[in-house]
Design a protein. Structure first.
Length: 158
């Protein structure tokens, strides 16, 4: 199995939509109070705007011509002030390996590609958010060397 990674292009939308659904359905299952059921969680126009935005990047992992995973990222800058140092971050908004292709090293290969890309951009860190209700994702990110930076907490009032 040869996994290739490349930049996404606008013609990938239809192939990516089932993977976008997998991510969204997990979010809806975990937090129906926050996420709405939606068969088109990423509109084509939104996707195409991401492709056109020079600060946003989408990589796809392929086996042959089949897209088996993706990573959506955005470059962010923290401006120095009296409280914080300036930093450049590559923030992962979304990552998915097709559920039929998991546990085959595709996610690890995809993230190594992202880390190398981040180094080429000279970012200080690659960061992402992960749900506490997704222990397999937490375990995966830990297995490739990521550590917990902070934790968001809430109390639901209604």
């Amino acid at each position: 199995m040869v996994v290739s990674i490349r930049n996404a292009n606008k013609s990938d939308y239809d192939s990516l939509l089932p993977l976008f659904r997998q991510v969204h359905e997990l979010h809806v299952f975990e937090r129906p109070d926050l996420y709405k059921e939606n068969s088109i969680p990423v509109a084509q126009e939104f996707f195409e705007n991401q492709i056109d935005n020079v600060k946003q990047h989408i990589f796809v992992a392929t086996i042959g011509i089949e897209i088996v995973g993706f990573c959506v990222m955005k470059e962010e800058e923290v401006i120095e002030n009296s409280f914080v140092n300036a930093r450049k971050i590559l923030y992962i908004n979304s990552l998915c390996v097709n559920e039929t292709q998991r546990k085959k090293g595709i996610g690890k290969r995809l993230l190594q590609y992202v880390f190398d890309f981040g180094r080429s951009l000279k970012v200080d860190s690659v960061e992402l958010g992960v749900s506490e209700k997704n222990p397999s994702a937490i375990e995966f990110y830990g297995s490739i060397g990521m550590t917990t930076k902070s934790r968001k907490m809430e109390i639901i009032l209604n």
